[in-house]
Design a protein around this ligand. Structure first.
Ligand SMILES: [Zn+2]
Length: 296
């Protein structure tokens, strides 16, 4: 049996309120882990990137406006950023009540993504403490897992996962489960890196579009005897790209893969034989900037 872990990053208020309920319907009979953005929606801050080279080209390819909506893009710029955890706590609880695993994505997505790599311990712990406090407020218990916004972390953040007693998280990209090391010392938690490209990444590749992108992704898992972690976005697969996800789910089932949550997958691992890897930064095709990767 090979597994495909469905890890769902929820970045925005709209994604939480509209994308998540759609995904819950589509994921009947599948396991999945929803990772929530628990504080302010400052998606609009990303508008500043319009003035960076290459962004307009990217917008025209993936149509950020079509997927995120004008209102979401204005949060933090023209409109005050709404507090997602305060506005959508009910929907978050409904996700867990529907049988899905829930965890922490971030407190403030854009702020974390743009800053965490270079920030000091106090800033990092304060950001993470806000997410955890809000998570406990909403769910009544601490989060069992974490998946970093934009696959951006720092050493303090990795240590904090251990301090929280987290046993498994998915904060970077790679090819299989491993135990991260810092200065040569292994951390206690296991990283389950995202192994497959995301839809927005492959849609930037030449020749791929919404009509053939599912076939392309299915070709990556067709003869694969290894397990995979696929990261979805509530704002994409939960909304305009839902038809692509339907085809992926049917295709993966036809290929014989089991669709599972991070918790389910972690429980299948032989923890003693996991490799150790240092924290490394690198690039991924179709995505700008560096992120946490698993070294070869
Ligand atoms: Zn995200």
């Amino acid at each position: 049996m090979t597994y495909i872990v469905l890890k769902i990053d929820v970045d925005t208020l709209r994604g939480t309120c509209e994308g998540v309920p759609n995904l819950i319907k589509m994921l009947r009979n599948a396991g999945a882990t929803f990772l929530f953005s628990l504080g302010k929606d400052h998606t609009g801050w990303a508008l500043r990137r319009i003035f960076r080279p290459g962004f307009l080209r990217k917008v025209s390819r993936t149509s950020v406006l079509k997927h995120y909506g004008l209102k979401t893009l204005a949060y933090g710029v023209l409109l005050p950023g709404p507090d997602i955890g305060a506005c959508a706590a009910e929907q978050m609880r409904a996700t867990r009540n529907a049988g899905f695993e829930v965890g922490i994505h971030t407190w403030d997505h854009v702020y974390w993504q743009d800053n965490v790599r270079t920030r000091e311990r106090e800033w990092t712990i304060a950001q993470m403490a806000q997410s955890q406090a809000r998570f406990i407020e909403i769910f009544g218990n601490a989060a069992c897992t974490h998946g970093a916004a934009g696959w951006q972390m720092n050493n303090y953040a990795f240590h904090q996962l251990d301090a929280w007693g987290i046993r498994y998280a998915s904060d970077g990209r790679g090819y299989g489960p491993y135990r991260p090391t810092i200065n040569g010392f292994p951390l206690t938690h296991v990283q389950l890196p995202t192994t497959l490209p995301t839809l927005d990444e492959v849609l930037r590749l030449d020749g791929l579009n919404v009509d053939n992108v599912a076939d392309y992704l299915l070709s990556l898992t067709r003869y694969s005897s290894i397990d995979h972690v696929f990261t979805l976005h509530a704002e994409l697969e939960g909304q305009k790209l839902a038809p692509v996800l339907e085809r992926l789910l049917a295709g993966w089932r036809a290929q014989g893969h089991a669709l599972v949550s991070m918790a389910d997958y972690y429980s299948t691992l032989h923890l003693d034989s996991l490799p150790l890897h240092p924290i490394v930064w690198g690039k991924v095709p179709g995505r700008s900037g560096e992120l946490i990767i698993q070294p070869n």
